[in-house]
Write a protein that binds this ligand. Sequence first.
Ligand code: SAH
Length: 361
Amino acid sequence: MAAAVQDNSRVNLVGMERGAMQDFFTALGEKKFRAAQVLKWIYRHGATDFAVMTDLALPLRRRLGEVATLGLPPVSGERTAADGTRKWLLAMSEGAAVETVFIPERGRGTLCISSQAGCMLNCTFCATARQGFNRNLSSAEIIAQLLIAGRRIPAPETVTNVVLMGMGEPLLNFDNVAAAVRLMVDDCSFGLSRRRVTLSTAGVAPAIVRLAEECPVSLAVSLHAPEDKLRDELVPLNRKYPIAALLEACRVYARSRAGAVTFEYVMLDGVNDSPQQAKQLARLLRGMAAKVNLIPFNPFPGIAYRRSPQTVIDAFREVLLGEGLMTITRRPRGEDIDAACGQLAGRIADRTRRAAQARLH
Ligand code: SAH
């Protein structure tokens, strides 16, 4: 599936990896290095039209205009929070709208992108889960989020880091996500270092091992509980890949050249935030190259969980630090525009009837 601006007779060059683009030019009777030129135009210069690609001969530019497009989804909403966080709503095809968030910080700018329209995983504390699942995003729709943000972020701010922490489970859309990530790190494209691209997963264990082999980037794992019974409840995917299997995959990942794994832990008042649970978590991660990222729970309408008090979050962190675990607390950003972790909802046509079922309860 190509981007929203769909033209079935022409191929969208946005989202196409270098290898595939080389094949495309070879099929046109052109030299392979045209791919590198066009990648630079699309991603470094933000070209939206083949006419501006002045290092391609005019006949080739005309031919590209006939057989190819540079399709980007339209932006249907844009909001800026009091703290400078920006959120865009992108209208993908088939009635799917997904959100992308830019978080400016001193010396860096983090773009949080979505990988699916909706999500299948049903984590009990996440707003995206409420709306059910529509479809995977194409590599074009994933990389388009960087292109669109790049055009709309006011200078001198820029995207220095990308996190796949928006809507969806990236490892359940492996091929399209991997293609988009390879474009992010391609020297002819955005040229981001692999360490500056972070993929967050709810724990699709076999795909974590595959990621280490095929597309290593910084890995974040949404753990949220130190034992299976509670995790089964909070992250239902745990019933398929329990903690032991998940951590084994993480150990493989950490041993590969990808380095330490970050474990995300949402702080839910009275649910997973006791000092005993902190000790249990430390025991679980002992001996692993691991970091912990505590995420204060971000509420949304109709949710029964509450954020743990700051004193409880601090105490939890102290226990982990005392056990030698590198631990930071994530500062909520963009809450006033519902752009914080777990608040992204967009607007999708649910294909799982989950939203309808949730309304019945
Ligand atoms: N599906 C992937 C990526 C999306 S979620 C994953 O599960 O990792 C990005 C992060 O936000 C995850 O750690 C997720 O558990 C967390 N999150 C979800 N809902 C939240 C909420 N309401 N408050 C705080 N964090 C939340």
